[in-house]
Design a binder for this molecule. Structure first.
Ligand code: 8YV
Length: 314
């Protein structure tokens, strides 16, 4: 009898092949999942960011493992899982390079007006080269402020070295190893915000990081600064960001994540030219997603067999 699995997103053939005959997969929806599927569910393969709280767990009395496809687990209520003895697995380390690449892609798109430039170059107004338009800011040689010097933050710092950037970082705790290895300098949050030409958010979503960047922080930043968020939307207060971009407190923001995600289609942020936005593509490369898929499958199977997960979330 195969293991009974639920997942919130239809899975690719590649992931289905990794799950193999050992697992029978059913689609879970917050409401409307057939009671028989919930009763039988032994493993939850979480792909995306559905809210998995205690009430959801209680609908699946035989659940033995929650395997999250991704590193951030802010959408899963960990204490509720622990209280029910359900191990939760995630995919740390595997997303670092791709997410750091995306951080730089957004930073450069913002600083060099790549998206507005793309629209202009396709549009009816571009009939003659004009050297006076769309001057951005040098990325090379600038000061980068990394908020969150974890695995992804370190990868961002490594890339910044290639751009001859001075790197400041802010973190809950100082990271002497990163300082020694990467030549990064610790700064308080206000100091970082005041000095950085580019600020990247590379922190997990926790109660402490909710609205870490609000009006007060945006006011501290340089009017030429680019703010990049590849973490979670909730790290920035979006009302404050809207005001900051409309009133040009900063040069631009480049967001891979928002809250809610996606933003309502008529959200005023989406109308701004000084906003670059992507649909949460941080880890979205074929190679990275394949590695993440394999780890999520391995965590899932370990939990189903009653073995320790490869990456249990503490
Ligand atoms: C994933 C992410 O794409 O790893 C994370 O925390 O946000 C993304 O890289 C996402 O979790 C897919 O399930």
């Amino acid at each position: 009898m195969p293991y009974q699995i639920v997942t919130n997103t239809p899975l690719s053939d590649e992931i289905m092949a990794m799950l193999g005959d050992e697992c029978q997969v059913h689609l879970w929806a917050a409401t409307g999942t057939p009671p028989a599927v919930l009763q039988a569910a032994e493993g939850f393969f979480v792909y995306g960011h559905p809210k998995i709280n205690g009430a959801v767990m209680d609908t699946m009395p035989h659940l033995r493992v929650i395997s999250n496809f991704g590193v951030g687990v802010d959408h899963i209520h960990l204490q509720e899982a622990k209280a029910r003895g359900i191990p939760v697995g995630n995919t740390p380390n595997l997303v670092d390079g791709a997410t750091a690449d995306m951080t730089f892609a957004l930073l450069m798109a913002g600083a060099r007006n790549l998206i507005i430039g793309d629209h202009f170059a396709r549009g009816p107004e571009f009939l003659k080269y004009d050297p006076n338009i769309l001057h951005g800011y040098d990325v090379f040689g600038g000061t980068l402020g990394i908020i969150g010097m974890g695995n992804i933050g370190r990868e961002v710092a490594r890339r910044a070295k290639g751009f001859d950037m001075k790197v400041l970082y802010h973190n809950r705790r100082r990271n002497p190893q990163a300082e020694a290895e990467l030549g990064v300098t610790y700064a308080t949050l206000p100091d970082l915000l005041q000095q950085a030409d580019f600020v990247t958010l590379n922190v997990p979503m926790t109660p402490e990081t909710r609205h870490l960047i609000g009006r007060e922080q945006l006011r501290m930043m340089k009017p030429t600064a680019v703010l990049v968020n590849v973490a979670r939307g909730g790290v920035i207060d979006h009302d404050a960001l809207l005001e900051a971009l409309q009133e040009r407190w900063i040069y631009c923001a480049a967001l891979d994540v928002t809250e809610p995600e996606p933003l309502p289609r008529d959200h005023p942020l989406l109308k701004l030219e000084n906003l670059v936005i992507a649909p949460h593509l941080g880890s979205a490369t074929r190679q990275t997603r394949r590695r993440m898929a394999q780890r999520a499958v391995d965590n899932l199977k370990a939990g189903l067999r009653g073995e320790p997960l490869i990456n249990p979330v503490a």
